[in-house]
Ligand binder design. Sequence first.
Ligand SMILES: Cc1cc2nc3c(=O)[nH]c(=O)nc-3n(C[C@H](O)[C@H](O)[C@H](O)COP(=O)(O)OP(=O)(O)OC[C@H]3O[C@@H](n4cnc5c(N)ncnc54)[C@H](O)[C@@H]3O)c2cc1C
Length: 471
Amino acid sequence: MTPQNELPTTYLVVGAGPFGLLTARGLLHQGIDVEIVERHDDVGGIWDIGNPGSPMYDTCHFITSKTLGGYVDFPMPDDYPTYPSQRQVLDYVRAFARAYGLYERTRFGTEVVRAEPVGEGDDAYWRVETSDGEERLYRGVFAACGQQWWPYVPELPGADEFLGEIYHSSQYHSPQQFAGKRVLVVGAGNSGVDIAVDAAEHGEASFISTRRDYYWFPKQVYGVPTPDLMTGKAPFPQMPLLGRTPDPMETVALVLAAIGPMSAYGLPEPSDPVGSTHPIVSDLALHCFTHGTLQHRPGIARITADAVEFVDGRSERVDVIVLATGYDMRYPWLPDGAVDYEEGHPVFHLGTFGRVRGLYGVGTIHPSRADAWQIFDQLTHLAIADAKATLTGENAENLRVLREEYEIDLKGGFPYLDVRRNVNQAADAPLRQLFDDLQHRFGIEMPTELKGGFFPAGTEAAMTATAAVTA
Ligand SMILES: Cc1cc2nc3c(=O)[nH]c(=O)nc-3n(C[C@H](O)[C@H](O)[C@H](O)COP(=O)(O)OP(=O)(O)OC[C@H]3O[C@@H](n4cnc5c(N)ncnc54)[C@H](O)[C@@H]3O)c2cc1C
């Protein structure tokens, strides 16, 4: 047994993207020493188009409104539009890193290439090797290396015969790629939809192929950001004709009624309930469908040298096929068995605990609510409390119970479709239950959505720091 005073006390955060940074802020807030290792030369993760391998593109805007997006106690600047651009999101993330002194904690241009656990239980620690050949010891490791770095490319019949360009959406960065081209986008995640719109506006023709049918939402309904309205974060606007405030189910029904049937846009009508797949949020796509500049097609039957045949028998000649088919998530620097995987997605207990002591996953679940950054700002406090318990013994028995015994079905019985993307889906009610249990049953201090002022710095620092970077 290694004496406590000889064990490392610093924690490692792998990745200085939005969630690595919020993790480091949380650790520092609890008085825990932290080092961040980032392979790129600046903070920002995917939001920095210059980060090699980033799937970001010029025309991307947040699909989360600025009120729901962003960190706890660090609001996006007032002068940001409702849906900030990728450049504004990047500026905001960098402002956050400056406001909380996180640049000083980061080793840039350094990749974590191997991490292995040493010892067991409370004495366990980690030996970590980086691309510069250094080896350092840490008490634990927070894996915050992102979800969109390992493109998932399904097998499509005939793809090898195609003589045009075929690439994954992560290689799309600018609409200029589409000048004069007939483009087919495969898949309707939010990147796929944005890319199809760019092709509609800048290419010769644009098609989007989906195997299943979706609800397509505009970014605003009744003058309110749709995600804010659907999640009850924004009040329903006064409607004298209605005479009362609708309840949540009525709100969803009223939003759907305002959009109208999908067939009004030339789209198939989904038969699954709202929320069973990710929401598609794009005014521009709906606009392009009604103008005929973007056309929907069902799944692909076969690809030929210059065309794509669809399962309904139609066929389109295309020059470019963009595979917006999603991502796997991997940790090639971890030993085998440190993390369980399901269909290319890592499964951490409570979205947090790896299979080895002191290994924590960050940003691995998909909350059905739009305020993902705030949810991770809360959820990381479970891992942070575990790190604190390891270092100080504080609340140790409760943390043991959470690691080893406490279970909650994060899908909450909601009928999510059985597709790869939904492996780590988390519904609103069980997440609320989890956060409530963490605070009230297990005594873990964490920010709540309603409680501001948890972190020092906060609003004033946000304004100053953001003004400095955007100046
Ligand atoms: C096009 C697009 C639009 C999106 N829009 C939204 C949105 O509107 N709202 C929303 O909430 N989410 C959105 N997302 C989800 C997005 O994943 C999150 O917003 C956020 O970027 C996740 O932060 P992260 O820190 O987990 O990961 P990332 O942003 O991916 O950052 C991970 C960091 O880890 C570094 N790294 C990886 N491996 C190593 C290693 N071995 N050693 C050292 N460093 C390493 C990477 O260089 C990177 O900087 C979008 C995603 C995409 C692709």
